[in-house]
Design a protein around this ligand. Structure first.
Ligand SMILES: CC(C)(COP(=O)(O)OP(=O)(O)OC[C@H]1O[C@@H](n2cnc3c(N)ncnc32)[C@H](O)[C@@H]1OP(=O)(O)O)[C@@H](O)C(=O)NCCC(=O)NCCS
Length: 171
């Protein structure tokens, strides 16, 4: 299709928007023991997630939520942190993005998984109005599993929101 709007919403593969970010942990990112601050890692996860969301939606995006996050093992000053992000699934105006973080030991040539998170981004135009996003085409077995998982997690998020709303209403 040649229509600009249709072209904008043409489905895209996961690979097209997959992103990677690298960051060397500096003293300013760490606590007095030399461990990377959890909040700093969450900030980097947000940025890495937004990269994939921007590339997929080809628009501005806002972070709607970040799911539960486990810090699996400490990251130290001087470590080389790698963050990989990909679109797990696109819904109407929102997308679930998965971000996986690794510490790469460039001396030993090994890497260690340190954290993972799922984030939801909503596409917006320059006035902040929500915008529809292109659908995602999962190709590999892993991408298909993430796609299915994202559908289940969306249902859980909705149930959780409903539960909180009811709790609030009942004081
Ligand atoms: C996130 C935000 C855009 C949702 O707007 P809203 O008008 O309440 O949301 P709607 O009910 O119209 O839903 C819009 C989409 O967001 C999704 N969404 C809304 N709240 C969500 C949440 N807490 N978690 C995940 N997805 C959420 C909805 O499922 C919907 O997705 P869909 O279109 O793909 O079905 C709005 O609350 C907002 O702008 N928040 C601030 C965002 C921001 O500034 N982030 C940076 C951190 S301060």
């Amino acid at each position: 299709m040649t229509d600009g709007n249709h072209h904008h919403l043409a489905p895209r593969t996961v690979q097209e928007s997959q992103s990677e970010m690298a960051e060397v942990v500096l003293p300013n990112d760490a606590n007095p023991l030399g461990n990377l601050l959890g909040g700093r890692l969450m900030h980097l996860i947000d940025i890495a997630g937004a990269m994939a969301a921007h590339r997929h939606a080809r628009s501005y995006v806002v972070t709607a939520s970040m799911d539960h996050i486990d810090f699996l093992s400490p990251v130290h000053i001087g470590d080389l942190l790698i963050l990989r992000s990909s679109v797990n699934r696109a819904f109407r105006t929102s997308m679930e993005i998965g971000v996986k973080c690794w510490v790469e030991n460039y001396i030993a040539g090994t890497s260690r998984h340190v954290a993972s998170a799922y984030l939801t981004f909503v596409a917006v135009d320059k006035h902040g109005h929500h915008q529809p996003v292109p659908q995602i085409i999962p190709e590999t077995e892993e991408e298909k599993q993430r796609y299915e998982g994202a559908g289940r997690r969306r249902e859980i998020r909705k149930e959780e929101q409903e539960r909180r709303r009811t709790l609030k209403k009942n004081g």
